[in-house]
Structures are given as C-alpha cells and as structure tokens.
Design a protein around this ligand. Structure first.
Ligand SMILES: *[C@@H]1O[C@H](CO)[C@@H](O)[C@H](O)[C@H]1NC(C)=O
Ligand SMILES: *[C@@H]1O[C@H](CO)[C@@H](O)[C@H](O)[C@H]1NC(C)=O
Ligand SMILES: *[C@@H]1O[C@H](CO)[C@@H](O)[C@H](O)[C@H]1NC(C)=O
Length: 569
C-alpha cells in the first residue's frame, strides 16, 4: 500500500487528539519496536513530508510452529514422510493470520482513512521518519522506532520498511584484475583428473571435475529448474552469457534463460549496465546445471543511493519480502534457488529477520532448496575503519562482537562459504560464525556441539553466541572465477561465486531424483548433517580473519569455514 508521510503524521495527530471518538479501544500509540541506528549512519533531518513509502504490515501467523514441525519431518531423510512436500494451499493454512486479526487491522486502517482500495494483500492473507546517510554516501528514509496502539501489538508482528537499515548488498565485489589474460590450455595436475590451472583460475570445467559432475546428462529438464535472484538493479546479460558459453561450454551457446520481473523489476540488456553479481550468478549457476532451465528474477530496489529531495521516489529498498510474496504466490517454483546477497545481521531488525526467515521455511515446505552466500569478510564486516566497522554491538553499549550475515544465518536456508586452491582450504574471507538472532537448530546439535567442545576454553569469549545457528553449512570454490562482464572476460570471486556453484550441483542432484520419479531434495540441512559425511570432502585448513582476530579454524568435521560438496550421488 502507498501512504505518504504527510498522511502518516496527520494520522498520529488524529490518533492523539480523538481516540475516544473512534472506538472504545485505547488508540494511544505505544512503542512497538525501537532500535539503535547501526554504526556508520548519520541522521540528516526530517524526511520530506511528501515522500512516499510503501509499507508492509505483517500479521502474526496462526501456526508457524506447526509448519516448522512439518518442515523438519519432510526434510529428515530418516523420517517416513521424507520428501512429502506441501502444496501452496497446505502451507497457507498454517501461516494465514487469524480472521479476527485481519478484521482488527482493517478496522484500524479504515478508522484512519486508509481504505481497502489502497491495500494489497499477500496470498495468505507514531513513527517519525528521518533521512539517514551512510558514510559511503547511501541515503535511506528510516525511523529508529515506531508505535502502535497497544491492542494491536499481539496482532501485528511488524511494519517495514521502518527500522531496517539493511541494504541487501550483493556479495561479489572481489575482483582479480591481475588475471585478465586469456585462459591457458589445460594440463592435468600430477595424479589428478583436474587441470593445473584450476588451482588459480576457476572455469566451469574445473567445477565439474572438482565436484564429480563431469558427464552427468540431465534428463528431467521438463520438470526441473534452477532460479537465481537479482536485486538492486543487477541485470543478467544474455550476450555476456553467450560469450561465456562460447569460451567455456560451447554446447550451451544457443541456450537462454527466462528473466521474470517481480513487481516491476527492470531488465536492461544493454551491455553497459550488465551486473557483475547477476552475470557471475547466472553464468556459473546455469552453466553447472545446463541444460536445466534457468529463471532469473529481477526485483526492484535501488542500490541505495537516491536523492532524498526527489520527492517522487518511492523507497523500495526492502530486499526480500517483495520477492518472497511473489514467489510464494506461484504454483510452480524452481526446486533450487541461489541468492548471493546479504547484510550484517545486526543491521536487520530481529522482527524483520525472523519474519523473512519464516517465509523461507514456507519455501522449504514446498520442496525448494535455498542457498545463500555466507559473506565475504570472515568473522567481521570487512571494514578496516574502526569508526564505521560493525564489529560492535548495536545496542548502544558498543561491545566488540563478530558479525554473521543474514539471510545466511536463518536456520531454514543453506549457507554457503568459500574455499580456494587444490586441495581445497577455507578462503580467508569466507563468512562463518554464529547467529546472534537464531538459536542452534536441532539438526546442528551434534556437529556444532562437537566443534564447540573442542574449542580451547574461553576462546573468543563474548565475541560470538555459542548457542547460535552455526554457519556456513557447505562451501565451494570462491576465488578467481572466469566470467564475462560488459563484453569482456574478468576474474571475480567471493561466496557469491560459491553459492551458484552449489546451487548448480544441487540442481543436478534434483534432476537425478526427479528422473528416477522421486521428489526433489527440498530443504537440505537435515540431510547434509545426517548423511553429509559420505558426500562431502572435509576442508581442514584455513581460517577466516575479521574484527582484528584470526577468526575460526577449519578443522576435521564441522567448523565455521568448511565442508565442500561432492556430487557423487
Ligand atoms: C538501458 O541502459 C542504457 C545504458 O545506461 C540506457 O542508455 C538505456 O536508456 C536503458 N534502457 C532502458 C529501456 O531503460
Ligand atoms: C587473504 O588472503 C589473500 C591472498 O590469499 C591476502 O592477500 C589477504 O591479505 C588475506 N587477508 C587477510 C585478512 O588475511
Ligand atoms: C587456530 O589454530 C591455531 C594454530 O593451531 C591456534 O593457535 C588457535 O588457537 C586456533 N584458533 C581457534 C579459534 O581455534
């Protein structure tokens, strides 16, 4: 729905002045949520009163606990219901709000002059805004708290964008400009079927060999599909993809993918606006899974910088809920989806993170495997400037703390870290650690518990949440990927690169299952932790520095920087 800020202010003036006339309820606004602005943000001034902002009101779901039970049963390879994924309608029965809650919120909105016609519904049916500027120049219109009448607090879970300072960064900014010469001819490594060049330059053929996928011929291409999300005006360029295929996968040179616009997301095919992230994700994701059909979703949202005085701009920098609404409303969803975007967990309000995470669980119930990049700054946020870096808590106490990434920290998605070299070691930038928001899911108890017991007593005490969800879940090569961008070859990396690779492999595994008449893998983590030991190569060297520490070590068995996927089925 679209409110203008002006009408919001009016509405609170009204709410304060005439509550008794509206209903017997007490309409006095009470603080619903209050956050501290993350480091690096400076308040500029009152937001222009005629800026529009599209707000989303999330009502509490009737039975998320019930849905979670379903998710864990159908994702547990030892449960008799393994693979019994749910339909759209079945999922909606659990997450729909109580009809009485809907009526209450409608009544509240109508009482304040917001009518049905300006409301959009998701399929399941006094805040003060300021402009804020980040040290890197980005400006957002946000509030540090908002209020609602007390009687709505147990009905409305959250309203966003209000307190969210996240910007949904792409994670592929690591460029290796020194590598831009032509690829050298392949010479196999001694005692290996892998080319020596793969130790320093990653091509599709390196990935297929490293992860045992050479020669697999997809057969379920009428049923199976792979999807790549795109945000922040990242456009996936078809001409660059064709050049990439000409160089690395000639059989695919005539293949295309489907770009889907989510709520008006654009698709500019000019080479000059091709996105590095979008190109990396589509070239390696679709390349590994070829000829599995590929979908690229373009969801609107500016990369952060907009003119706070341009009154007509609608602030849509809310990275995930739009896409989730769109995708959950679809009958058929690609079985494997890769996302290489994320934010420092603490810049995302807990209520928002928790709601987005629950929606990912809905996708898991529908049989979708979700892969998210674990981040490119080790245990930190990668900012060397002690003033703006986020290695401090956001609660006003400024305590030093490691920084996990969201959505990777959500326990209902699979978090993908990065490795390098052959044999593989953990890449030193690979995001990994423990969520401060989400507690450790049962499927991780054994693996993560074991790791924590081995940590020397007192290690990084106070810097991480020992009870938190550990990440990543898997890793893959993440440096020096050879792709095409804006007409020429470049070398690029990050967990952004590892994520579509893992998604491509998972899509091939799903192909094998569908071709054999079985359901797709769906939510992967319970399977990975129960049966993974046989399918994965354990990465036992490397660490992930950040926040002025060496970070965590890769060790035997689970650790916050290991485990790579081998596709031997
Ligand atoms: C696509 O981007 C190019 C380069 O910035 C620009 O000139 C062109 O107008 C854009 N096309 C559309 C349809 O927006
Ligand atoms: C990570 O490794 C690269 C080269 O492998 C090195 O240049 C860089 O300084 C390392 N970063 C940290 C934080 O140790
Ligand atoms: C990582 O390994 C080094 C060298 O063995 C050791 O000194 C350090 O304590 C380990 N760090 C953690 C967090 O386990």
């Amino acid at each position: 729905m679209h409110f203008s800020l002006l009408s919001l202010f009016l509405f609170f003036a009204l709410a304060a002045a005439v509550p008794a006339a509206l209903a017997p309820r007490d309409h006095t606004p009470q603080v619903k949520e209050s956050v501290a602005a993350p480091n690096g943000w400076t308040r500029l001034g009152r937001a222009p009163s005629d800026r529009s902002i599209r707000l989303r009101i999330a009502l509490f779901q009737q039975d998320f606990a019930g849905l979670e039970t379903q998710l864990y049963e159908i994702s547990d390879p030892e449960h008799r219901r393994y693979g019994a994924h749910m339909s759209k309608e079945d999922v909606e029965k659990y997450v729909a709000p109580h009809p009485a809650s809907l009526a209450l919120v409608d009544e509240w909105l109508v009482a304040h002059g917001v009518h049905e016609s300006s409301l959009g519904r998701s399929p399941a049916k006094d805040w003060e805004y300021y402009s804020w500027q980040h040290t890197d120049g980005d400006i957002l219109v946000r509030a540090t708290s908002y209020s609602l009448p007390q009687y709505l607090h147990d009905t409305i879970e959250l309203i966003q964008p209000t307190t969210i300072f996240a910007r949904g960064k792409g994670m592929a900014p690591i460029l290796y400009p020194e590598d831009n010469e032509p690829l050298t001819p392949a010479t196999p490594l001694a005692n290996s079927h892998i080319d020596a060049s793969c130790a320093t330059r990653i091509t599709l053929s390196c990935i297929m060999r490293l992860y045992n996928a050479v020669g697999y011929k997809p057969r379920a291409t009428k049923k199976n599909a792979i999807g790549i999300t795109g945000f922040l005006e990242q456009y996936a360029n078809q001409r660059d993809l064709t050049s990439f295929y000409r160089q690395q996968l000639p059989a695919a040179v005539h293949s295309t993918f489907n770009t889907v616009s989510v709520y008006g997301g654009k698709n500019n095919q000019s080479l000059w606006v091709a996105g590095e992230e979008a190109n990396l994700d589509t070239q390696f994701g679709f390349g590994v899974a070829y000829p599995t059909p590929g979908t690229f979703w373009s969801t609107p949202g500016s990369p952060g910088s907009f003119d706070p005085d341009a009154h007509t701009v609608v602030d849509t920098n809310e990275p995930y809920l739009d896409w989730l609404d769109y995708i959950l409303d679809s009958k058929h969803i690609p079985q494997t989806i890769s996302t290489s975007y994320g934010d420092d967990e603490q810049t995302v309000p807990f209520t928002y993170a928790s709601r987005v995470c629950k929606r990912f669980a809905e996708l898991g119930c529908r049989g979708v495997s979700l892969l998210f990049a674990s981040g490119d700054a080790g245990v930190g946020d990668g900012d060397p400037d002690p003033v703006t870096q986020q290695c401090f808590t956001n609660d006003g106490k400024n305590t030093k703390r490691f920084i996990p990434q969201f959505p990777s920290s959500c326990p209902y998605v699979t978090s993908v870290g990065g490795t390098m070299s052959i044999p593989e070691v953990s890449a030193n930038f690979s995001g990994g650690g423990f969520s401060n928001y989400f507690s450790r899911p049962a499927y991780q108890n054994k693996a993560v518990g074991q790791y924590l017991r081995k940590l020397p007593h007192g290690t990084y005490e106070g810097l991480f949440n020992r009870a938190g969800r550990g990440l990543p879940d898997v890793s893959a090569q993440a440096r020096k990927f050879q792709i095409f961008w804006r007409g020429g070859p470049i070398s690029i990396g990050g967990t952004s690169a590892a994520t579509p690779v893992v998604a491509g492999i998972v899509a091939l595994l799903n192909d094998a299952r569908l071709a054999a008449g079985r359901p797709p893998l769906g939510f992967l983590n319970p399977l990975i932790y129960k049966r993974g030991a046989h399918a994965f190569n354990d990465v036992v060297a490397g660490n992930n520095p950040g926040c002025g520490t060496p970070g965590f070590n890769a060790t035997k068995d689970w650790d916050p920087g290991k485990r790579i996927l081998y596709a031997n089925r």
